[in-house]
Design a protein around this ligand. Structure first.
Ligand code: SF4
Length: 460
């Protein structure tokens, strides 16, 4: 019993987080930056922060994640890190030759009060940024928000810096991608292509964090959104943000700066959210939904109908990021499962209203919470009060799953102890089938494990 001290008695906490259901802002900024072609993320802070962020991304994506650091020492921690960053920019361009450096701050540089905008302006004025190369930044103080906030902040940095409005429309729809796996980005592009929609996705980590092994190491893989594409976002006819938390600020900025109107949809997880995404894309790109996509939808429906009896009434606990928790909860309710406990360490007022709307009368017993005290300790306490049949979330849930003997489906970020998440999409109708396969696999393995010998079924 690894978590034997967790009790079922919940005491209201104001200022303590135990086992947070989130990680720190710069990880999100780093992941978003990797979705630009030829980009080297740069962490303005101590080496320890950068190592932690890189190693978490590397362990999740099973790809070497490159990033540089301002490498604060005691001196820079007291007097500020301007000289470190100026030197870093010079060294990075001369040694690693990226197209762009995407700088994010850390707790330490934010606490000192380093002004990244001022430092980068100085770097440009002093000629440390070669012609045709770029340095962008965002602020990621990790004592507020979460990795999702950091991701959103870097997207805001991309639009603020690059998007340009020339007045001549390129008729494209910007797909502003929320925090999803590289394979999910690839899947959304596949769907858009099938619909013959004129789209441009940013950021796009496909081809960068799910690259092939071909015997050659490439420092800057060929995937990702190009700088020209980022500039072209300002001439689009519309932006569709995929995931409210991660994309709304960037979409708003594009509207404010370049008059590109926007809409936000949920990450297309499950049947309804995928329906809404495809309907929105069809409307904004003015294209039809092809029969082949309708067939994909039909296959998902068929699988649901075939396996419904194994899902009906099963109690589920989930934790992670709002942008996937919301459509996933909706999908589970649609499957006649009971998502009874849901926590997210990422703050944001909409969480409660969306959950109420989805769970409302269908799962009136559900408990959900987000923000600083909505942690995995609380989730575990709720589970101790009344057990669940399934746990869905990142690798950190394995301790609860083991102690409480609950079937466990790994989903979200980070997944440090399994593979597949970055290769097999869970968005769209095909992705819905993948989620179903994983849920059913976990539930049916448990039925087999617990069945007395005389009741072990060959056919299920
Ligand atoms: S100090 Fe802040 S930025 Fe660095 S690893 Fe810790 S939470 Fe993240």
């Amino acid at each position: 019993m690894l978590l034997r001290h967790t009790t079922d008695k919940v005491i209201d906490r104001q200022a303590l987080t135990i086992n947070p259901a989130k990680t720190c802002q710069p990880i999100g900024a780093m992941y978003a930056a990797l979705g630009i072609q030829g980009c080297l993320p740069h962490s303005h802070g101590s080496q320890g922060c950068c190592s932690y962020h890189r190693s978490t991304l590397t362990r999740h994506y099973k790809e070497p994640v490159m990033a540089s650091t301002s490498s604060f020492t005691e001196g820079s921690s007291v007097f500020g890190g301007q000289s470190n960053l100026l030197q870093a920019i010079e060294t990075i361009f001369s040694t690693y030759d990226p197209e762009i450096i995407a700088v994010h701050s850390t707790c330490l540089s934010e606490t000192i009060g380093d002004d990244l905008n001022q430092i980068l302006t100085k770097a440009r004025e002093e000629g440390k940024v070669p012609k045709g190369k770029h340095v962008i930044h965002c602020n990621t103080p990790s004592y507020v928000g979460s990795h999702v906030t950091g991701y959103a902040n870097m997207l805001l940095g991309m639009t603020s810096y690059f998007a340009q409005h020339t007045g001549i429309s390129n008729y494209q729809v910007n797909l502003i991608s929320g925090w999803i796996e590289p394979c999910d980005m690839r899947e959304i592009k596949r769907i858009a292509k099938k619909m013959q929609a004129n789209t441009m996705m940013f950021p796009d980590t496909s081809g960068i964090l799910d690259g092939p092994l071909n015997g050659k190491y490439t420092f800057y893989p060929k995937g990702g959104t190009t700088i020209e594409e980022l500039i072209s976002a300002g001439d689009a006819k519309f932006s569709l943000g995929i995931g409210q938390w991660a994309t709304e600020e960037a979409a708003k900025k594009l509207e404010y700066k370049c008059k590109v109107k926007y809409d936000i949809c949920d990450v297309p997880i499950g049947l309804q959210a995928t329906d809404r995404f495809i309907t929105a894309l069809s409307r904004y790109a003015n294209v039809k939904v092809p029969q082949s996509l309708t067939n994909e939808r039909g296959r998902l429906l068929d699988m649901i109908a075939d396996m419904h009896s194994y899902l009906y009434g099963k109690r589920v606990a989930l934790y992670g990021d709002p942008d996937w928790l919301i459509p996933m909860t909706e999908f589970l309710v649609m499957l006649d499962m009971k998502p009874v406990y849901i926590v997210s360490g990422t703050p944001g007022k909409l969480f409660e209203s969306r959950m109420k709307e989805i769970l409302g009368e269908k799962v009136p017993e559900a408990k959900f919470k987000n923000g600083e005290t909505a942690d995995m300790f609380l989730l575990h306490q709720w589970i101790k009060q009344e057990k669940v049949d399934l746990l869905i979330g990142n690798t950190y849930g394995k301790y609860i799953a083991r102690d409480e003997d609950i079937p466990f489906v790994r989903y979200g970020f980070p997944i440090l102890d399994r593979v597949g998440h970055s290769y097999f999409p869970t968005v769209g109708y095909h992705g819905g089938m993948r989620i179903l396969e994983k849920i059913l696999g976990a539930l049916m393995d448990r039925i087999d494990r617990d069945a007395p010998e005389e009741k072990l079924e060959l056919v299920m």
